[in-house]
Design a protein around this ligand. Structure first.
Ligand code: ZN
Ligand code: ZN
Length: 334
């Protein structure tokens, strides 16, 4: 069981900042790290979905100062390579990830590298608990639905798997005017999907979900997201597309190569995308939709806990989330 301990304050990188954490989400990726699925150097501090206040800036930082309210993508780019300079820090080969490549936000203070490239301003109207989810699940879903999916009003959007990313995709799709079909094996997750804007839901355990999506949408979804990440949901997502539809793979396929029905990809001219977080540069569009209430990530929060409860919250993730909502640690100054 993870322990709460007093450790030395993190050192501020020359190009980075120290953030006083106001809130941190507890994500399934943290659970994977704790369970040893991602190698990290022990002892380790997890946590990568954070929002807070800049407490200290390195000498090379020009755009930020102490007191700024900020969040960061879970993938922080180096800010210097060809990918970062082209605006694609989410695939930076030199990326750092608080909570994975270094100590994370299950702590009062966390260091972030390349601050000018990675920090995102959080408006005063967005509280830290709501903002904590933007770095990971919500931003990931936003990029999947908007950049890759290019969802427009009236499009059919299928979302497979209604965990944190899936429910975020449901909310974002509905806010953009798409007609959303959500699938999951858990009735409670489908209930949440309906509350967050899904027009139809499909019990993925009871029927062939791809056939159900095709029937509901009159020929298949324009855009389909595998938010779970399993060989079954990936293939189902592709099979449920209409001609020239777009599949976006968001759920991590941790078990290696995954069969995709490429015969359908050719015959129906489908597009297949992988989606991995979202670069800080792309946040302002999403953040303005959060600030004006079009998107409400706070609705995805299920439980607010204290830092001392983090270990138990991680341990409780040993199983399907079933639409219970995101657990967020609120810090005293959050
Ligand atoms: Zn996460
Ligand atoms: Zn880079």
């Amino acid at each position: 069981m993870p322990e709460l301990a007093q450790v030395a304050d993190p050192a501020c990188p020359p190009d980075g900042v120290i953030i006083a954490v106001g809130a941190s989400g507890v994500c399934r990726s943290d659970w994977h790290t704790w369970r040893g699925h991602d190698p990290v150097v022990l002892p380790h501090i997890g946590g990568h979905e954070l929002a807070g206040v800049v407490a200290q800036t390195g000498p090379e930082v020009t755009n930020w100062r102490a007191g700024d309210r900020v969040t960061v993508p879970f993938v922080c780019g180096c800010g210097r390579c060809q990918y970062c300079l082209a605006g694609n820090a989410q695939v930076c080969p030199e990326q750092t990830q608080p909570g994975f490549t270094g100590p994370g936000s299950f702590a009062e203070l966390v260091a972030v590298h390349a601050a000018d490239a990675n920090l995102v301003s959080v408006p005063d109207t967005v509280d830290f608990v709501a903002a904590a989810g933007l770095g990971c699940r919500f931003a990931t879903a936003f990029r999947a639905v908007t950049t890759h999916g290019r969802v427009r009003a009236g499009d059919w959007l299928a979302v497979h798997g209604c965990g944190g990313v899936g429910l975020s995709a449901v909310m974002i799709g509905a806010a953009l005017g798409a007609r959303v079909v959500a699938t999951d094996v858990a009735a409670s997750a489908l209930d949440r999907a309906r509350e967050l804007g899904a027009e139809f839901t499909v019990d993925a355990g009871a029927a062939d979900p791809a056939a159900s999506v095709i029937e509901i949408t009159g020929g298949g979804a324009h855009v389909s997201v595998d938010a779970l990440g399993s060989p079954a949901t990936a293939a189902t997502s592709v099979r449920g597309l209409r001609r020239r539809g777009r599949h976006v793979q968001v759920g991590l396929l941790l078990d290696g190569p995954t069969p995709i029905p490429m015969d359908l990809v050719v015959a129906r001219e489908l597009e297949i995308y992988g989606s991995h977080g979202m670069a800080a540069r792309d946040y302002p569009t999403m953040m303005s939709m959060v600030a004006d209430g079009t998107l409400r990530p706070g609705l995805l929060v299920g439980r607010v806990i204290g830092l001392e409860d983090t270990g138990r919250a991680l341990a409780a993730m040993d199983g399907p989330s079933e639409g219970a909502g995101m657990t967020v640690i609120r810090f005293p100054y959050g």
